[in-house]
Design a protein around this ligand. Structure first.
Ligand code: F6R
Length: 264
C-alpha cells in the first residue's frame, strides 16, 4: 500500500482491483460493526456502476460466511437514470438488487434507490423526500463513490454546485457515451437522471472515492491534485475531513508526486 504525498485528498494506492475490493470491504464491515454496536443501526451510501462490483462480491461473501450482518443496515443509492422503469435491466435499482441486495440479509424496506419512474412533476417532491429519508435514518455513516471520466460523483455533472441537493440533472455527453454499452447505443441512454447532491454527499461521516484502471488516471489526477472547482465535482471531496481516494496503480499512474511508480 502507498500514499501520494502531493495529494490534496488523502490517497491510498494498492497494486490491483482485488486488493482494493478487500481493503474497502474491510472498511465497510468495520463501519457496520461499529455503528450497529454504538447506535443499533448503520447507514451506507452506495454507488452503482462497474467500480464497486468487487467490493459487493466481498461483502456478499462475508455476509454469507456469517462475518457480518446487514439486518440493521439501511442503504441509499446515489442515483438513477430518469426516466427508467425500476425493473428495466439497465436501471441502477435492478442492477443493485441483482449484484448485491438479493444476496444479503438486508430487509428490503431498508434499501433505497431513487425511483426512475417518478412522473416529472412529482420529481421535486420525491427528491425532497429522499433527502428527508436520509436524514431520518441518521445520515450516511459511510459513502461509497465511483468517479466519472468527467469528474462526477453521483451524477453531479460538471458545474454542479457544492450546495446542491437531490435533484433531476441533465447527463453530460461523456457520461452518456460511457453508458452507451449498457443501453446498446448512445442515443438510447436517458438524457436525465436523479442524483443526490454534492452537499448531501459531503454530509457523510466517511467517504471513499474509488477508481480503477488507466482510463480514470487523468480525471483522478485532477480530482486529487487539482484546485477545488465545480468543473470536476470530485474536487469538492478535498474539503471533507474524512474522505479517502482508494486507487489501484493504473488509476494512480498520473499522480505527479507518485511519478507513476507507487510501491506495492
Ligand atoms: C453510479 C454513480 C457514478 C459512477 C461513475 C463511475 O451510481 O454514481 O458516479 O460511480 O460514473 O462509473 P463506473 O464505476 O462504471 O466506472
Amino acid at each position: 500500500m502507498a500514499a501520494s504525498e502531493g495529494a490534496r485528498l488523502r490517497t491510498v494506492i494498492v497494486p490491483d482491483a482485488e486488493d482494493l475490493a478487500r481493503l474497502v470491504a474491510d472498511r465497510i464491515v468495520a463501519v457496520i460493526r461499529r455503528a450497529t454496536a454504538e447506535r443499533g443501526r448503520c447507514v451506507l451510501g452506495l454507488a452503482a456502476g462497474s467500480t464497486p462490483l468487487g467490493i459487493y462480491e466481498e461483502l456478499i461473501r462475508r455476509c454469507q460466511a456469517g462475518e457480518v450482518s446487514f439486518a440493521k443496515v439501511a442503504t441509499f443509492n446515489l442515483d438513477e437514470y430518469w426516466p427508467i422503469a425500476p425493473d428495466d435491466p439497465r436501471s441502477f435499482r435492478r442492477a443493485m438488487w441483482h449484484q448485491l441486495f438479493a444476496q444479503l440479509d438486508i430487509p428490503p424496506k431498508s434499501v433505497h434507490v431513487p425511483a426512475g419512474d417518478t412522473p416529472r412533476d412529482a420529481v421535486p417532491a420525491a427528491c425532497a423526500a429522499y433527502e428527508r429519508a436520509i436524514r431520518a435514518a441518521g445520515g450516511m455513516d459511510f459513502q461509497l463513490l465511483g468517479i466519472g471520466r468527467d469528474g462526477h460523483i453521483g451524477f453531479n455533472e460538471p458545474g454542479s454546485a457544492a450546495d446542491s441537493r437531490t435533484r433531476l440533472v441533465t447527463l453530460d455527453a461523456i457520461t452518456r457515451r460511457d453508458a452507451a454499452a449498457q443501453f446498446g447505443d448512445e442515443a438510447s441512454v436517458p438524457r436525465e437522471a436523479i442524483t443526490i447532491g454534492v452537499a448531501t454527499i459531503l454530509e457523510a461521516r466517511e467517504i471513499a472515492l474509488l477508481a480503477m484502471g488507466e482510463r480514470k488516471a487523468e480525471i483522478v489526477r485532477r480530482a486529487v491534485e487539482g484546485e477545488p472547482a465545480a468543473e470536476v465535482t470530485a474536487t469538492f471531496l478535498q474539503r471533507h475531513p474524512n474522505a479517502t481516494a482508494y486507487l489501484d496503480r493504473a488509476a494512480a499512474s498520473r499522480l505527479t508526486r507518485m511519478g507513476g511508480q507507487p510501491e506495492g
